[in-house]
Every structure is written in structure tokens, then in C-alpha cells.
Design a protein around this ligand. Structure first.
Ligand SMILES: Nc1ncnc2c1ncn2[C@@H]1O[C@H](COP(=O)(O)OP(=O)(O)O)[C@@H](O)[C@H]1O
Ligand SMILES: [Mg+2]
Length: 218
């Protein structure tokens, strides 16, 4: 599903990724663990086609993506990849339902179908009670669960979750992990999750440590 070969990436003086390799099979759930500044977000941005590596090849669904046009990349992003960012990024002026409709709007789906799909998704996760609420009326854990539902709106094949539990307490972290586990199991979505916690037990099958610009199996 995802294949990175010999990826190098630097920001001015900082060499962040140094010949990194990663292969993620379809339906896999993996973690990338590393200290703050190790390059986890950079790596997710490269997988998510938001950053270009300086060197190395990226393949999504066996297709090399390095030389695609911006339009082609954004099409892959919209249709195949769902992002959950470290800091809640729900749009405050939109209701929960409208937030979930947003990626569907970007994909050009009409208003009625959008609403239907967003509602069905909330119901699937038992979160329909939040539909008409605004993000600032939700707890951090609720917001992050909604962010995952939104990431699923376009039925992506891949979810990239960047430290999704970093601002959550234990109970909310567990709820979020349960949600991701369900998404992975029921919908066969490939999930790549990052965390600064090197020891935490996660519902992942494979755990990597990102260190010195490369990945090591934990
Ligand atoms: N846009 C950028 N410009 C300059 N330096 C950056 C940029 N993005 C990240 N960095 C640097 O790259 C390193 C890795 O950052 P990041 O990928 O955000 O790490 P992590 O997510 O593991 O905390 C850090 O030293 C950070 O300061
Ligand atoms: Mg980060």
C-alpha cells in the first residue's frame, strides 16, 4: 500500500530523514515512534504527498508518485488518504456534520449525498448526537474522535494519524485507539500512527522507532 525507498529529507541545516525505507501492506496498522523532532510529521507528510523528499522513491498502491503533477497528487490525497493531525483541526465555524462533509465537498460530492454520507458515518460510530454541535462545545477526546470520522469521509484506503492521542488523557486515548482498531478491522483501512511514547502498548501489528533519520523495528 505504501512503499518508501531510500528517502532523504533536509530542512536547511537539519538532515531529518537519511535513507529511510518503509513498506506497509494493505490493511496493516503500524506505529512510528520517536522523540519530538525525530521527523515523524515530516515522514507522514511525505507519505501523504504534502512534502516532496529530496531523494528517494514514494509509491502509493504500487504507483510511483514522485513525478505526478500537483493535481494528480491532490486527487490521491482527497480520494485515498485521510489525515488526523496532532492538534485538532476541525473548523470552528462549522458544525460537526459540516466538518465531516468538508472532504466530501472537496471531492465534488453534491450537498444531499454529502449530508447523507456524513450522517451515516457518525451513526456507524455512535457519534450522531454530536452532529449539530460546534467543535468548541466538544471535549478534546470528542474532537479527536470526530477528526477521525472526518478523515474517513471519503472512504480512504490509508489513514495517517499524527500523534492523535498526545493531548488526550488515558481514557480518551483508549477510546480513540478503539475507534482506530475498529476502522482498521472492519474497513481494512491501512493506518500509520505516530507517537512519542516508545513503550505504550498499541493495537498495532508492527511498531517502528524513528531514530537518526531511519526506521528500526521495535
Ligand atoms: N518546515 C520546516 N522548516 C524547517 N525545519 C523544519 C520544518 N519542518 C520540520 N523541521 C525540522 O525538522 C525536524 C523534524 O521535525 P518533525 O518532522 O516535525 O518531527 P516530529 O514530528 O518527530 O516531532 C525538527 O528538527 C524540525 O525543527
Ligand atoms: Mg510531529
Amino acid at each position: 500500500m505504501i512503499e518508501l525507498s531510500n528517502i532523504w529529507k533536509r530542512y536547511s541545516a537539519t538532515e531529518v530523514l537519511k535513507g529511510l525505507n518503509l513498506k506497509v501492506e494493505e490493511g496493516e496498522f503500524i506505529s512510528i515512534r520517536g522523540k519530538s523532532g525525530a521527523g515523524k510529521t515530516t515522514l507522514l507528510k511525505i507519505i501523504g504527498l504534502l512534502e516532496q523528499p529530496d531523494k528517494g522513491e514514494v509509491k502509493i498502491s504500487k504507483k510511483p508518485v514522485n513525478n505526478l503533477s500537483d493535481d494528480e497528487k491532490s486527487s490521491i490525497r482527497v480520494h485515498q488518504i485521510g489525515f488526523v493531525f496532532q492538534f485538532f483541526n476541525l473548523i470552528p465555524s462549522l458544525t460537526v456534520l459540516e466538518n465531516i462533509e468538508l472532504p466530501l465537498a472537496l471531492a465534488g460530492i453534491d450537498k444531499n449525498l454529502r449530508k447523507k454520507r456524513a450522517t451515516a458515518l457518525l451513526e456507524y460510530f455512535g457519534l450522531e448526537g454530536f452532529a449539530e454541535r460546534f467543535p468548541n462545545t466538544l471535549s478534546g477526546g470528542e474532537r479527536q474522535r470526530i477528526a477521525i470520522v472526518r478523515a474517513l469521509a471519503n472512504n480512504p484506503r490509508i489513514i495517517l494519524a499524527d500523534e492523535p492521542t498526545s493531548s488526550l488523557d488515558d481514557e480518551n486515548s483508549r477510546l480513540l485507539m478503539d475507534l482506530l482498531k475498529k476502522v482498521n478491522r472492519d474497513r481494512k483501512v491501512t493506518i500509520v500512527l505516530t507517537t512519542t511514547d516508545l513503550y505504550e502498548n498499541l493495537p498495532t501489528r508492527i511498531d517502528y522507532i524513528l531514530k537518526d533519520g531511519r526506521l528500526f523495528e521495535r
